[in-house]
Design a protein around this ligand. Sequence first.
Ligand code: UN1
Length: 492
Amino acid sequence: MQYNNLIDGQWVATQSGKTFQSVNPADPSDSLGEFPASGEADVERAVQAADRALPAWSRTPAPVRAEILFNIGQELKRRKQDLGRLMTREMGKVLKEALGDTQEAIDMSIYLAGEGRRLLGHTTPSELPHKMNYAIRRPIGRLALITPWNFPLAIPAWKIMPTLVAGNTLVWKPSSDTPRMAYELSKICSEQGLPPGVFNLVFGSGSSVGVPLASHPKIDMISFTGSAETGRAIYQMGAQKLNKVHLELGGKNPIVVLEDGDLELALEGIIWSAFGTTGQRCTACSRLIIEDGVYDQLLDKLAEATQKLRLGDGLQPETDVGPVVNRAALEKIAHYVELGKQEGAKLLTGGEVASEGELAKGFFYRPTLFVEVKPEMTIWREEIFGPVLSIIKARDFDEAIRLANDTHYGLSSSIYTQDINKAMRAVDRLEAGMTYINSGTIGAEVHLPFGGIKDTGNGGREAGIAAIDEYSEWKTIYIDYSGKLQKAQGID
Ligand code: UN1
């Protein structure tokens, strides 16, 4: 089946005439459809449509805009099961996680629909009599949204819902690994009463669509989730136009297990955080720091639990770990594992492509544990985005925290301890946008700010009330009803 771009409320073919396929990473002979390999001309049409739609949409009362979001949420809910199955087919994550991803998009739609009746500004006293001051939220304008494949519904929803409720229009470029999910979400959104041009979708590559979109002079803000490398390039494109740029980039998220931690609980959290979504979350745990006294004990349990994980097609109920997203990802993971071995880390388990039986068809990598890792090794430093966990032993609490912070990323972090004093000191000291106590590094909820420090981003936060700050502008209003010229700052 052939799919088209959504521009100005119409499904239209690309002007380039070129297309690309989306395939199932568990079995690439299963196609999810053919999608337009768009180019600059399509971007131009989409941005012009977003521009034309902006005045009326930005004047539409926010509660009216919000009702559309609410209906989108309801429709996503109605279709949750079939969207989950499609997602597993398109990017490989196991069905229960695909349903979770869909649920996160539902939650975001409904949460942000509520914001339509708040969009809280503030009123304050004036320093002068007979004068009123207040500040309100205004739309930013035409937004470029560029999203990854690992959360094909949730991450787009994090960006689309605040964009719309705040009265902006948008052009969305989804990842070329999950165009079918982007089509499904866009179709649902477009059928809930959005005026033409408010929501535009352009499929295609980063170089052919992403670059002309991000650098388009009529784009007022760019929101991007993806690699640090691409994030830097996008930041520069935005800087040329003095755009607001929202970036959610990588992570190298640590779990710390202290001697007084509940080891069974930690074990479950580590397996879930390191190998859930086949390690392909920006919040995934890729570094494990274990305090000396429980190191051997936890390692034995971890090796055993890791070896038990069943690889397979995510639609099979017995599967624990699905494929990685494509061949390039498989090769990248294999490359990092080779580097780990060359640099002297010891492979405890995994460390190979899995190709027995049906697995030979797809892109499967065995869940991998490295021990004897040193902080200077590449596997400890770079984001691998696959099922590879690097493990280090720490002498004590202080060394564990130092090791956890020894990264240029700062998204998520976690500590297992029963000692409230240590837990709270870890909250103070872990350098990350999110810290979990006695739980793994993944599983953020939509009504709290999501994002990180250091090279994980440029200071913004997604989700929660923070999303409204991110996707709207402040406007401050001063009303002087004294009938005379009053001067602030005590000037008479
Ligand atoms: C991501 O890792 O790219 O917190 C997003 C989580 C999910 C979102 C992850 N709710 O793991």
